[in-house]
Design a protein around this ligand. Sequence first.
Ligand code: FRU
Length: 520
Amino acid sequence: MSKVVIVFDAVIWLCFWRPLAHSRQMILLCRTLLLSLLAFFLLPVSSQGESTNEALAHATAAIATAAPRAQADPARPVFHVTAPAQWINDPNGPIYYKGFYHLFYQLHPFSDESGPKYWGHVRSRDLVKWEPLPIALWPSSDAGEAEVWSGCCTINGQGEPMIFYTSIAAGKSAQTHAEQWAAIGDDNLIKWRKSPANPVLTESLHGGKKIYDWRDPFIFRYKHRTFMVTGGNLNQAKGGQAVVNIYEAENAGLTQWRYRGVLFNHPDSTVRTAECPNFFQLGDKWVLLVSPYGKVQYFAGDFDAETCRFQAHTRGLLDGGPNFYAPNTMQISDGRRLVWGWVNGFPAGHGWNGCLSLPRLLTLSPDGQLRQNPAPELRKLRGKPLEWRNIRLEDGGQTLMLPRSNALEVSADIELKTAEGIALAFKGQTNDGRSLVVHFNGRDLKIGDAEASLALTKGERKLSLRIFIDHSVLEVFANETVCATRVISQQDANAGLEIRAQGGSANVRLLQAWPMKTIW
Ligand code: FRU
């Protein structure tokens, strides 16, 4: 079997190696043909007791088999990161390293529904064009591992790339049994081997304290010290005792850690646990993100590195829509902080399921509110614009014809003047008169049945919208403060946009619409 694995490895490399490919179609065709062939030979390999290379071959073949159907699905987004096929959830280990932005993600390679998790991988030179890479991590069944859950990627004090992730053992419940493991990467972050120091963090670090749902390591540095936070709760997710834990590294190789206690006790009695904590500095404040089995929350405040406690002063939601979860952040070389979330809620049965949100740039306002903007690099995906200026609306509407594409960005600067509200309805010509409506009533932004409160600045009645429609994904950014992500039914490529002022007059100072290019 080892010979098969070597040949397989070589073919994977050829399939993913850019210089060999002359066009997108060629890459797709080559990959699909070669990997389908391999799938044919390798699928019969049993997953019972397989070696780690066989586990990788088996998973890669399953993805290749599912890819043609997934990639032909018209609802599949083209400018959001997806796996070549099958199920994905959380973004993992975002890192900028040696000229590439790397994103990993939770992947279930054997179906388009949730199942045992692996780590998928993509990278980009510019945050615009992305390149799919081989699966980065898979469960080491020979070491009793059944799943590799979410985590982070960092460079240790000896210059070695490391992934930290939550390891779930075969036959054990993730609620009561988890360990934090590490893997060491090559210089391209493509090939990973499990660290001989595993398990790097075990429950014994907590002394007598039991932490349930203990998972999702995230590493940050402060004044030459290295810290890790993990999520969990103290009462079996019964509610009211969600915690974020903090550890400090004791050696440069990051294989020895000391528990520094609870960084943050979640204040809400209904919150059952804190998943995927991210903790980082924005300006002179600290921001904590938690995914609480509900809408993702942020807290901003002060961190005392001596006591390892976080004091939150402000809080809010990262996304008001129903389909954004488990975000993960990256600090890039110029110090900016980007975030990606998991866009969930797609129907099963299409050979793919889930994508990552667009990268958002995070800043903090002077009063401690999180501001989010689409990463400026995304402008490079724009095609030829259509533009309208000063559309005056008097308690009525106007319809504009959008670029003929179902991958679009629409940006609108609107003065509400005397209008009580404004509605933007995307109307397809063939989708049975159903339209997608973004509605602002002066207090709340509503997108279908999702609602997020949006306060206008005193004395200012301005609404600035950036709306991204990518086949079946909608992301809305309003006044840099409110974001909403939702899964929508596949949009018509020939849509009109009806803008309507309600109860008064409004002026659309500038409206621009672009067809968007693919990121692949
Ligand atoms: C969040 C989450 C994480 C966990 C991962 C497993 O969506 O539940 O807490 O590590 O997904 O896929």
